[in-house]
Design a protein around this ligand. Sequence first.
Ligand code: SF4
Ligand code: SF4
Length: 289
Amino acid sequence: MSSQNIEEMLSKHPCYNEEAHKKFARMHLPVAPKCNIQCNFCNRKYDCTNESRPGVTSEVLSPEDATTKVSYVRDKVPNLSVLGIAGPGDPLANEETFRTLELINKDHPDLTFCLSTNGLNLPENVERLKALNVNFITVTLNAVDPEIGSKIYDFVTKDGKQYRGLDAAKILLKNQLEGIQKAVNAGMTVKLNVVLIPTINDKHIPEIAKKAKEMGVYIVNVLPLIPVPGTKFENLRAPTPSERKAIQDQCGEDIRMMRHCKQCRADAIGLLGEDRSQEFACISKSCMN
Ligand code: SF4
Ligand code: SF4
């Protein structure tokens, strides 16, 4: 069991609390390579846009190596407060995520654990995550209307079967909403990430924010689409900063908005906006002397 209460964790979480982001560091553990859906803005050669800017994660770590690396990084980054699992695929599509959480619970129980997901496998995993002291969950929810969702997702794989079109969007949305509600009811602090995709979901985002408020979500983060080569959305344009701000302002009438997100890599380390992942890229014993 974590020795901290939620208020204390919130005060040191650089993403959920803007005040904390210049003082406390986070470390993403890239232990989850597989994904169970295909977003039309994601090219897996790059990285998970759930929580990252384009740029391949430097490495995928085993749970054991990730835990060893945390100990090493803690010596050099004393203000580390949060360990997050954010990809490079979907954390809940990888059993390694749970093994990692077990190991870091043993070795680093004083840190705060955070996880991001597309939500497809969230309903059946909320209790398991809670038991592993994950108190902060981010769900990427780009539509609360399956018609709009069907334009954003190419396919969804659930229980060994692949779904496309409206069927895929309906399954994903049902599980996202059920998972979010379960997580909130379990006392977790939930953040939504919403990718702002011009001409696809831009007018729809205030509706997502209203739904978030209704479900007890803590904060909403509107991220700009990064048109990545090789994706269905490669020819869409990124939203302008003023378009994003206008949507943040509109949604902000309903719910707390995150406005300081840096769209970090899946292996980011350090303060937000200060990526030290390359400094810690080598984790073999000889490198750690
Ligand atoms: Fe890519 Fe993440 Fe979407 Fe999976 S959930 S397809 S890794 S952006
Ligand atoms: Fe925080 Fe945004 Fe970086 Fe995620 S991507 S760790 S929410 S700043």
